[in-house]
Design a protein around this ligand. Structure first.
Ligand code: HXC
Length: 260
């Protein structure tokens, strides 16, 4: 496909990592509707491609994304938002079954922070700046910021971030559990690719089940989450890859997973 607002590539030594780079540098990758639609399409295509083990979403050194496109939203109305389902195109990104990893350098503000948070893992460069500054322009986070941020960092921190609009650093983000690791700016992408490649050494089928199980922790009570985990865990015993993984261990050889 011919994209205008993103660039896509297949990277990694085994060419099994899908890379999506947001590419509206003049607007600090502000997330206009066509851009999010393109991200959705690229994610969906990589998700459907058997050769792809994981997907990385990144920006450039100045910005992951500085938020929803304020110029595009400026004249929105309440009824218009309702009628058109404003931001509905974000949903498709969250339907990805494969690991989706954000590699964040520079600004991840508003919708940019929310886009990172809907990924499964966030890695950041030392210069990354996170924030939910919507409050300063008279609105509130609208793509998950008020719901996902507290799940990452707890109520007090989330409330502070959403009510002040203050930015916070990669180091602070790591300390509060939003980001899992921080790297020098020029090492971020290669480290993120290594992460995706490591995940890619496992059975794609079982990786998918593990992702579903962890995600359930954010959807339900402990009791039903544990039940869900148990049924997926038992389910792994219906797969060839589970048999192969354990047999390879016992035979002291590397496993040869077939995604079956
Ligand atoms: C549209 C944006 C933009 C945005 C930056 N630009 N952010 N355009 N929407 N969110 C544009 C600027 O207008 C400018 O283009 C160019 O990018 C460079 O930005 P500058 O402001 O000149 O850069 P700088 O001085 O380095 O400041 C960087 C910044 C600042 C601190 C990130 O741009 C900023 O505060 N941006 C807005 C951040 C924000 O409020 N985000 C939340 C948006 S609301 P021109 O052509 O004008 O020079 C949101 C709602 C979420 O995300 C709802 C769910 C998605």
């Amino acid at each position: 496909p011919n994209y205008e607002n993103i660039k896509i590539d297949v990277v990694g030594s085994k060419k099994n990592v899908g890379l999506i780079q947001l590419n509206r540098p003049k607007a600090l990758n502000a997330l206009c509707k066509p851009l999010i639609e393109e991200v959705g399409k690229a994610v969906k295509d990589f998700d459907a491609d058997d050769k792809i083990a994981g997907i990385i979403l990144t920006g450039n050194e100045k910005a992951f994304a500085a938020g929803a496109d304020i110029k595009e939203m400026q004249n929105n109305t309440y009824s218009g938002c309702q009628k058109t389902g404003f931001l509905a195109e974000w949903e498709i990104i969250t339907n990805c079954g494969k690991p989706l990893i954000a590699a964040v350098n520079g600004f991840a503000l508003g919708g940019g922070c929310e886009l990172a948070m809907l990924c499964d893992i966030i890695y950041a460069g030392e210069n990354a700046k996170f924030g939910q500054p919507e409050i300063a322009i008279g609105t509130i986070p609208g793509a998950g910021g008020t719901q996902r941020l507290p799940r990452y960092v707890g109520k007090s921190k989330a409330m502070e971030i959403v009510l002040t609009g203050n930015f916070f650093t990669a180091q602070e983000a790591e300390k509060m559990g939003l980001v899992s690791k921080v790297f020098p700016v020029d090492k971020l992408l290669e480290e993120t690719i290594k992460l995706a490649e490591k995940i890619g050494t496992h059975s794609p089928l079982i990786v998918k089940m593990a992702k579903q199980a962890v995600n359930q922790a954010f959807e339900t009570t402990l009791k039903s989450g544990l039940l869900y985990e148990k049924s997926l865990f038992y389910g792994t015993f219906a797969t060839d890859d589970r048999k192969e993984g354990m047999t390879a261990f016992v035979e002291k050889r590397p496993p040869n997973f077939k995604n079956e």
